[in-house]
Ligand binder design. Sequence first.
Ligand code: BGC
Length: 763
Amino acid sequence: MKTIEEIREIISTLTLEEKASLCSGETFWLTKKIPGKDIPVIMVSDGPVGLRKQANVEDHLGMNESIQAVCFPAGVGMAATFNKELYGKMGETLGEECRAENVAVILGPAVNIKRSPLCGRNFEYLSEDPFLASEMSTSYVKGVQSKHVGTSIKHFAVNNMETRRFSASSNLSERALREIYLAAFEGPVRNAEPWTVMCSYNRINGELASQNKMLLTDILRDDWGFKGNVISDWGAVSNRAKALEAGLNLEMPTSYGENDAMLVEAIKRGELDESLLDKNCESLLKLIYDAYDNIGNSSEFKFDRDEHHEIAKNIATETFVLLKNEGNVLPLNKNAKIAVVGAYAKTPRFQGGGSAHINCHKITSFLNACSENGLADIKFAEGFSPVADDFDENLCNEAVAIAQEADVTLIFAGLPDIFESEAYDRKHMNMPACQLKVIDEVSKVAKKTVIVLHNGSPIEMPFVNNVDAILECYLGGQAVGGAQFDVIFGDKSPSGRLAETFPIKLEDNPSYLNFPGYKNNVNYAEDIFVGYRYYDKKKMNVLFPFGFGLSYTEFKYSNLKLSKEEINEDEGLTVSVDITNVGSVASKEVVQLYVKNCDTKVLRPVREFKGFEKIELAPGEAKTVTFILNKRSFAYFDERIHDWAVPSGTYQIEIGKNSRCIELSAPVEVTGKQILPDEYNYDSITEDMLEDPRIAEYVKGYLAGFGNDREKTDVEKESMNEEMEYASMMYSPLRSGLYFSGGKIKYDDIDEFLEEINKIIKK
Ligand code: BGC
């Protein structure tokens, strides 16, 4: 550890060239060596759900070999656990692996919002909902960093597709930016202080994230108080000087000196102040020295892969979401005659492709787990190829044959690797046709059919009504088979919940018309209405709603209590509810809190997800769950004041099992600060003035003095109804008095009136 004075002292010994050089990588993963200077070098590595430390050939797309490590379930599944402690635990485990491998910063979590089911990296991201993404990633960051290893929360920001990811501009409103896309980063930055933030490749409203001052300085540092370093995504920098000015600390990977030279030239030409570079070096050296303290000091961190494999298994059981379970076909009896169909039972698809790809030290498939647990003679038929979409009649016939003989048939299906990955987006939400055909043929003959899915993002399910059960396993990590065994045979009850809506079809998705945009522009026309916010507002049917997931037991919700009936926006509200396990097996329940917005003129989603707790209950057991709500639970981002605002009114506090299944609700009267103009002018509208409590009375009185004394003509009486009359008065600007008062109102009158009301509001 070095003090800031010591760091400044070191910087004062560096030449301009050396300082510039410090601001980019030495290699793909290392910070710069400065010849002749005693500055340590630290290593960063991917992330986010396993360690991808490359010792030899380096790349950012997961193509070349990395060390053997443990692959935990993908982000999509981790979000589906709705279990903050568990995600924190995964973070701690990863932190230990980093320590054992002398990795200073792990490049994760990846928290971009799932705007479209088509985004190639959705498997890595957490949710369509910013509150969930924010709460979960806060735990991850705290978990990793508790081991004194840094995180790099990514990709900051509005990076929601892979198409043209280096150049596309995500064009969106300030409100959508703050309420949806930045909120997922804001919580962890404010509450967990990640050591680094990774800026994304894309542009935001035209400006590259890497050189976006509004993003990297005004919001991240000035508004949220970020004290760490911003790292560029690999190759995200265009103009190094502009990036430094905007707030980017470290360019990764190395540009082999080219961009360092650009920085030096810009300073020499006087376009950039050298003191800015000094400050940047100060921040970077602080990170490097702090991290370096732990390097070479990792003997206490044993990286026991088998132990971590077990942890990965236990975590995976909570990532599975039981989507359908007709006639309680699951859990299966171990003595039942079971047929297993589908290549993924033998070679599971358990992780995504690209920079998140882990070189696993061991993989457990469902069939491995069955034989480890003494169920070796289960009948298996591959059914289809795990990697391609070629229908093979023989494979299908084999599957049909074993299904005919069994009490129940499990079909391990999903998306092949090539269907979803970093660097490109999907074009559709379909499963391979060959798999659908096998599901169709098998489910026709099987007594009971259970679909076990392996995919990183939502799919359309034409088979939904023809099968008995569906278990969504997402990409469950290297220990997926053991976890599937535990859940399918009932040692564990499924407790995952969907962190994203499954629409019935792709065309239902709110981003459908604007994904992936055209050339370098993608317009976020759906604005804040992402995921369930859209489907609810449009009253649309969905395949499975946000928050949905079944279990092997039933829970009863009762006794909803609010600490107050009325609050003002700065007061907290405590909400409590009792949950009882009224079924016969132990299980975990995700208790979800939604705030149903009050009916105001502000356009808002019907309800928003604002709290969740996962609790474990034995049969017959009851627990009280408590939530604390604050101003942000009721607020929206108001573009007039560039800040959060709370409309006054009656909100419903809803407690539910998912966004479409609200069990209990209670009202609370919230008083927010009204946003009022500092001044009125000729263009001010009557309605706005009447809604301003400071001047409403005065304005009413004034208007009364202008009653129209001319009798209406018959034609006017007929064509002007009350609503029209009211509207034409309410929505008129002050200046319209000149034309519509029959000449009674002159500029002098308007000036006098404005002077008076502006005097009142300034009081
Ligand atoms: C990805 C990042 C990753 C980096 C390093 C980039 O292509 O977008 O998520 O951390 O490569 O591999």
